[in-house]
Design a protein around this ligand. Structure first.
Ligand SMILES: Cc1cc2nc3c(=O)[nH]c(=O)nc-3n(C[C@H](O)[C@H](O)[C@H](O)COP(=O)(O)OP(=O)(O)OC[C@H]3O[C@@H](n4cnc5c(N)ncnc54)[C@H](O)[C@@H]3O)c2cc1C
Length: 327
């Protein structure tokens, strides 16, 4: 019997980055940690999984789980794994897969589920998991506790926790598990996966992000934001207002209903700092804000701020940064 079961989703043949973050989240709870890896031909992947800070790695190999093309099979397999291992807590990343699989798994097991968690800990008295999650469109954060049923299914937002360090000298035990699956369980199947082309650094992976909001007044200034981002080796982002106006693609939107970013440096230009925007960038280490309104909310979050019209500030800022980076 395991205490905390962490679902090890895959991405491009490796472990999804959220898996290491879930292990960090699990370190804050009491009890043995186990990863469950599901798929086909899992030798390499299970070895990688043992390098994370877990006690066991459950390996579920089944030819129908090849490439995880069906959430239906994934749910069916996870349900069987939970019935065999009886975890107290199940941790799943809030990825496309996790959002779909988590609630369905909880329903099948007849237990509760907490979606989109941005924090979790263990209540010292009850031993139950307590989570925090944004509510009312990100305007408030609710603290919620699980009832008495196990497992407590927690779906954690990616990029909230730092990933645990890999250590190849770790020797977690690999335990094969058998599940019964057949193709009649598969109600929906993925036919094709199309990846959007990204030029330069992916927004979610960037260590520097330069973003524009409604205050920049149109699509053209985004070329200046790109110029600055290029010099800093970063990516361009946008507020929802700028995306809704058609000035930037929606894939660049940062916030509650957009991407969550955790760069070292986040430069915002003409962004007010609404709570729904901040929900996607609160993990940024340093925020630099340019805004003409000294009372804009963004200045409450920013480490450095410049009050003024962006069109007077940005060009000389770009020159200064270029000089520094080439000097
Ligand atoms: C359910 C829900 C989900 C949402 N999800 C998101 C989300 O994921 N991401 C998101 O961004 N928003 C989201 N929003 C919208 C959010 O509430 C704000 O409306 C939005 O973030 C505002 O974008 P903005 O800061 O670009 O625009 P504004 O709030 O209009 O701010 C523009 C800023 O630019 C400044 N400015 C104007 N002119 C200049 C100038 N010349 N130079 C310098 N500064 C200037 C102004 O002082 C102002 O502070 C969501 C809203 C809801 C209800």
């Amino acid at each position: 019997m395991t205490e905390i079961l962490i679902v090890a989703e895959q991405l491009d043949g490796g472990l999804h980055p959220v898996v290491g973050e879930l292990v960090t989240a699990a370190q804050g709870l009491e009890g043995d940690r186990a990863l469950v890896v599901l798929g086909a031909d899992l030798n390499e992947l299970s070895k990688t999984a043992t390098s994370l800070d877990v006690d066991e790695v459950y390996v579920v190999e089944h030819r129908l789980l090849l490439e995880q093309t069906s959430e239906d099979l994934f749910v069916a397999a996870l349900e069987q794994v939970c019935r065999q291992t009886e975890p107290r807590v199940v941790l799943i990343g809030r990825t496309f897969l996790g959002r779909d699989v988590g609630p369905r798994l909880a329903y099948r097991l007849g237990v509760g589920v907490a979606q989109d968690c941005i924090g979790l800990k263990q209540n010292e008295d009850s031993g139950r998991v307590v989570v925090t999650r944004p509510v009312y469109g990100g305007n408030a954060v609710a603290t919620m506790a699980f009832g008495q049923q196990n497992p407590q299914v927690v779906i954690v937002r990616p990029r909230i926790y730092e990933s645990v360090e890999k250590d190849v000298s770790r020797n977690s035990e690999i335990i094969p598990l058998t599940v019964n699956l057949d193709s009649s369980m598969m109600k929906v199947r993925h036919i094709e996966r199309v990846k959007s082309e990204v030029e330069g650094v992916r927004l979610e992976d960037a260590q520097v992000v330069v973003a524009g909001g409604r205050g920049i007044g149109g699509p053209e200034p985004f070329s200046q934001l790109s110029e600055l981002a290029d010099i800093l080796g970063g990516a361009v982002g946008a507020s929802r207002a700028a995306c809704d106006a058609g000035w930037a693609d929606h894939s660049l939107q940062i916030g509650l209903t957009g991407a969550t970013i955790t760069p070292d440096l986040y430069v915002t230009v003409g962004i007010s700092g609404a709570s729904q925007h901040m929900a996607g960038c609160s993990g940024a280490k340093h925020i630099v804000a340019v805004n003409k309104d000294a009372n804009a909310n963004i200045f409450k979050e920013a480490r450095f701020g410049v009050v003024g019209d962006w069109s007077n500030i940005l060009p000389s800022f770009i020159v200064a940064v270029r000089d520094l980076s080439t000097g």
